[in-house]
Structures are given as C-alpha cells and as structure tokens.
Design a protein around this ligand. Structure first.
Ligand SMILES: *Cc1c(COP(=O)(O)O)cnc(C)c1O
Length: 391
C-alpha cells in the first residue's frame, strides 16, 4: 500500500483547549483557603444552570457519578427497567445497573443515529420507570416524541447530554427540557474540569436528593433533619457516596464556560469544511443535518458505504491511522461488550445500531485544531477512499 505521508505528528480525535486564563484560575484556588466544597463549586453550578436555563445544577466528580445520582434521585431501583440507546458510551447504561435496575436497549433511527422513539414504545413494559436518551455526537434527540411517550406512560426522562452542552432543540438549549440532564466535563468534551459532571434540573426534590447523594447521604439542612441535637449535628439519612467535585476543578470549569460558545463555533466551522469536502464522495454518508435543532458537534462521524468500497471499515480506519490521523469508533453497541453479554444480552437486539457500528468512523474534531489539521484530515480521507474505490 503506498500512501503519501500526510502528517509527521499524530493528530488526536479530541483534546482540551487550555489557555493562560484557565491556568491562572486554577492557581488562584491553590493559593486560597478551600480546595473542595468552597465558593467555586456554587459559582460553577450557577454558571451552568444559567447557561442552560434551569433553577438548579449539582456538580459531581464525573459525568458517570452524575448519572448515578440522577438514577438515585429518580427512584430507580431493583425491579425497574430503564430504556436507553444501544449507540452510546457504557456509562449511560451502567448507571442503571448501579441502582440494581435493568437497562433495556432501544435501537437507533437510521438517519440521526439517535434513539428511535418507535422502538422506545415497543420496549415499554409495566416495569419501565425511566428513559435515558443520549444526544449522540451532540445531535439533539427527538425530545418532543420522547416527552410524549414519557407522559403517556408516566416515565422520568434523564438526558445524557455528555455530548451536547450548547446544543439546541426547537430553539431551547439542551439541559432545561427534561426532569434531569447530565453534562460531562471530561477533557474530550466541549469544556473540561479534568474529570467532572453535572446534573441540571428545575425540580427542587431532585436537587435536594442529588446534593445529599454526592456527599454520603448526609445533610446539615435544619429543615431536613429528623431531630436537632445542636449546631454540630448532621445526619446520614441514606447510603450516598463521595462524588464531590473539587474547587480546583470548578474554577477551571468557570473559566472554560466563558469560552464555550467560541469552542462550539470553531467546531461548526470545521464541520462545514468537512461537509463541503466529503459531500462529493459517493462512498461516504455525512452526519445528519437537523431542521429542529442545532448540534453542538462533539463528534464528526462519517458512515462508509462499504458495498461501494473494495476495502472494509477496518482497512480505511488503519489507512487513516497510518497517516497519523487520530480516528476512533463511537461506539460498539453497549450490550455487545463482554460484561453485558454475560448478563444475557446478545447480537441482533438492535440491528440498526449494529450495522452503523460496522460502518462508522469518528474523525478528529476539537477547537484547538488548526485549519491545516482539518485539511490534513480531508486529504487523508480522500486518499484512503480513493485507494479503496471500486474500479
Ligand atoms: C463521556 C460520557 C459519559 C460519562 O462521562 P464521564 O464524565 O467520563 O464519566 C456518559 N455518557 C456519554 C455518552 C459520554 O460520552
């Protein structure tokens, strides 16, 4: 195989953007009095709540812990079923297992790659308690249909918006539209706190449970105590966890949030360049373009028409890797992981998700990329596709 070498150094698929103001924000915390549970936590929570337009936000040590908290607050328990999408990161389903409940996987819509409301309806049973839709790649899910189904069957909706801070649905920002919404601040996501997550909600009862859950189930709130033995007195009222974020992380988050819209704009610009470059390739299906919402473009996923190529997805993937392009595959359908297979899930459960998995490649997309990086990716993709084009 003879490829023109396109890059000397490796281009990752995603990476944080950290500048001097971020570094200074963190250093300021280190010089101060509180490293954790101090004033930056509340400020960060207010910042995110204001951005998405909710009354409350509760920060967590990571997005997975936040999802666990949301499942607890929703009252998800042994004997319950929770419907989520097969095409997601394992955490969207693991949080259901943490609570002793059963994840039920719905298939995706072939166009948007998001959970298919028709398949949600098929998978509802008397045990269904909640739906965890995921805004896959940042493309907003069909919330109108999902909320209608939830209302009809009395289900709680917890959005996994790890990919979707800044995405909009019917003119509103994702985060204020369901019972609870989770955002992640892992370094590959839009804004980072190193590790971190948050739940946004307008529901005071959920808010109080989340606050307590992330701190051992302990409360000092005088109104919530069963008795009051004095000013020192606090109670552990249920089994919670230590899932708290530090002030070091929160300060970084506050600083990063100031740049969120700029980051998203950069991602959109690069997506436009990708779309323009690949639109003429008959072997490639471009990402879905929404009419009722705006993606926040966490990932740029191309789908290969493998029947038009002489090589497989693996061939194209490896060709891109050899050219130092940090490609990735998001995701193996969750239930095909060995652990889930061990629980009894098996191949064939969600055919659309399985077939997408065989044909998808995520290309590098992050605001710290340069336009030259984007052009390198474009050249590498064109070269690889040309190489495997059926003659
Ligand atoms: C990143 C991610 C999570 C988990 O977030 P962490 O902060 O890494 O724990 C959950 N769901 C999806 C879809 C994700 O991409």
């Amino acid at each position: 195989m003879s490829f023109v070498k396109i890059r000397e150094n490796y281009l990752p698929y995603g990476k944080q953007s950290i500048d001097e103001s971020d570094i200074n924000a963190v250093v300021e915390v280190l010089r101060g009095n509180y490293l954790t549970t101090g004033p930056y936590i509340e400020e960060f929570e207010h910042t995110v709540a204001d951005y998405v337009g909710t009354k409350y936000a509760v920060s967590f040590s990571n997005g997975t812990a936040a999802l666990h908290g949301a499942c607890y607050a929703a009252g998800i328990n042994e004997g319950d079923e929770v419907i989520t999408t097969a095409m997601t990161f394992a955490a969207s389903a693991n949080c259901v297992l943490y609570q002793g409940a059963v994840p039920v996987f719905a298939d995706i819509d072939d166009q948007t790659y998001n959970i298919d409301p028709l398949d949600i309806e098929k998978k509802i049973t008397p045990k269904t308690k909640a739906i965890i839709p995921v805004h896959f790649t940042g493309q907003p899910v069909n919330l109108q249909s999902i909320h209608q189904i939830a209302k009809e069957h009395n289900l709680i909706v917890i959005e996994d918006a790890a990919h979707a801070i800044g995405a909009t649905y019917q003119g509103n920002r994702v985060g204020a539209l369901s019972d609870m919404t989770m955002f992640s601040f892992h370094p590959v996501k839009h804004v980072t706190t190193g590790e971190g997550g948050i739940i946004t909600t307008n529901n005071k009862r959920y808010y109080q449970k989340l606050i307590q859950f992330r701190s051992h189930g302990i409360t000092r709130d005088r109104k919530l105590l069963s008795k009051d033995e004095g000013p020192w007195y606090y109670e552990m009222q249920f089994l919670g966890y230590n899932y708290r974020m530090t002030d070091i992380q929160a300060a970084l988050g506050i600083s990063q949030m100031k740049k969120l819209n700029e980051f998203i704009e950069k991602r959109r610009q690069y997506v436009t360049l990708y779309n323009q470059a690949f639109e003429s390739l008959p072997e490639v299906i471009l990402p879905f373009q929404h009419i009722d919402g705006n993606s926040s473009w966490h990932l740029y996923v191309i789908r290969l028409k493998t029947d038009r190529l002489s090589g497989t997805r693996k061939d194209i993937f490896e060709a891109l890797q050899k050219q130092n392009i940090g490609v990735n595959v998001h995701y193996l359908p969750v239930y095909l992981h060995p652990f889930y297979k061990g629980l009894g899930y098996s191949k064939g459960l969600c055919p659309q998700a399985e077939s997408l998995y065989e044909e998808m490649i995520s290309l590098p997309l992050f605001p710290a990329m340069t336009e030259k990086d984007v052009q390198d990716v474009i050249r590498a993709v064109k070269q690889s596709i040309n190489h495997y084009r059926q003659s």
